[in-house]
Every structure is written in structure tokens, then in C-alpha cells.
Write a protein that binds this ligand. Structure first.
Ligand code: SF4
Length: 217
């Protein structure tokens, strides 16, 4: 078994299934992926609740909302002016992409690399946000890498200190079968690992389910 498959199994056995990504619709998940940059999910939930209560959780309604009103509604998630602008940039690209059908699902049903390129063309949308949207909103098989992923990989000697997002993503995608459900679960398990054991300071290796995988063990 590949080492990254064995690690997945250890995490799954320890934490169990995560049923992860809050959000009821692809659009809601996409909005959440932008708002979650540099904040925690509790703050994002409050911002999304404001949008829901304001009855503006649709592509048309969000695009019609003046920037200052959008910023005010998403204030709980911090950097609200910047995030309002990013969201508007992204929604404008999506609107172009769904012009023929008006359906976000149709936009997402296109080729993965085409949709990824479109998302990455938006100012303020980097690979982690684009891939979160692709995996969680579009249900595409693409692995999402984040700070938790890098921390565990580097501590286990699986990547060099100076590695790129793309290299880390390729490591997982080369080792695992291309299944959206598997990538979803693995990412969620790595978030659990980072929060409970592989903390930035003082990692709790002695109790961690991956202790046996540490170099030298
Ligand atoms: S064994 Fe230590 S370094 Fe490895 S994932 Fe667990 S906490 Fe992090």
C-alpha cells in the first residue's frame, strides 16, 4: 500500500468519517470558499446567515447587490471590503460562464481544467480556493492542499521545505485513485489532524495516530 494510502487509513480509523463541507448549495459552498480565507468557519457561517436572511443567496441577487451592502452583510468574516470585491469578481466570471444556460451546475459540468483556469483567472482566487470550489461545490476529483497539509507532509519528510502547492497536490493525486469522495474525506481528516494533533506549536506526536509514520519510527 502506498504510504499516503496507509496514512489515510490510519486517520480514517482514528477520526471516522467527517461528512465535511458546510453549505447547502454549490453557490453557498462557493461563497464560503471565498469568505473562509484568513478566518474560521464560525465567522463564515455568520456571514452566510446574513446573506440567507437578506434573501440574496443567488447568482443574480448577489451580482445585483451594491458592493458596500455586500461588504456590510459579510462583515463577520473579516477583510469584508476585500472579500466583497473578490466575491464580485468571481461572480462576474461565473455569470459569463453560465450566460447560455443560467445554471451553475452547467458551468461546473465542463472540463475540470477549463473550469479551474476560469476560477484562477479571478483576482484574489488562488489554487486553494479554486480547488475547494472544484471539489466541494462542483464535486470534481481534485485534491485540496492547505497549511495543515503542508505542515504534516514536511514534518513527515514527505516534501522539502520549499515545495509548491502543485507539487503537494500531485503527490496525493498520483498516490490515490481519482475519487471526489476520497479527496473530500482525506482533506477533512487532515484538517482534524492539524487541529487536534499536528498543531503549529507543540505537536502532540505521542498521542497522534500518525506517530508510527514519523521518520525514524
Ligand atoms: S505524529 Fe506529530 S508530526 Fe506527525 S502528524 Fe502527528 S502530530 Fe504531526
Amino acid at each position: 500500500m502506498h504510504r499516503l494510502q496507509a496514512i489515510y487509513q490510519s486517520l480514517y480509523d482514528h477520526f471516522g468519517p467527517q461528512h465535511w463541507w458546510p453549505g447547502d448549495t454549490p453557490l453557498e459552498i462557493l461563497v464560503g470558499a471565498v469568505l473562509t480565507q484568513n478566518t474560521n468557519w464560525g465567522n463564515v457561517s455568520r456571514a452566510i446567515d446574513n446573506l440567507r436572511q437578506g434573501n440574496v443567496l443567488s447568482l443574480e441577487a448577489l451580482l445585483a447587490l451594491p458592493a458596500d451592502q455586500l461588504a456590510a452583510m459579510i462583515r463577520p468574516c473579516g477583510y469584508y471590503n476585500l472579500k466583497a470585491q473578490r466575491l464580485r469578481n468571481l461572480l462576474a466570471v461565473l455569470e459569463e460562464g453560465v450566460a447560455d444556460t443560467g445554471s451553475l451546475d452547467d458551468f461546473f459540468s465542463q472540463d475540470l481544467s477549463y473550469v479551474r483556469e476560469k476560477l484562477l483567472s479571478v483576482k484574489g482566487v488562488g489554487p486553494e480556493t479554486a480547488d475547494s470550489i472544484l471539489l466541494y461545490a462542483a464535486a470534481k476529483p481534485i485534491f485540496v492542499v492547505d497549511a495543515y497539509t503542508y505542515r504534516f507532509l514536511s514534518r513527515h519528510g514527505l516534501v522539502a521545505e520549499e515545495t509548491s502547492y502543485g507539487e503537494m497536490q500531485e503527490l496525493f493525486m498520483a498516490a490515490l485513485s481519482a475519487e471526489e469522495g476520497l479527496y473530500n474525506e482525506y482533506h477533512a481528516l487532515l484538517v482534524c489532524l492539524g487541529k487536534e494533533f499536528c498543531k503549529k506549536k507543540n505537536p502532540r506526536c505521542e498521542k497522534c495516530p500518525l506517530q508510527g509514520d514519523l521518520p525514524g519510527n
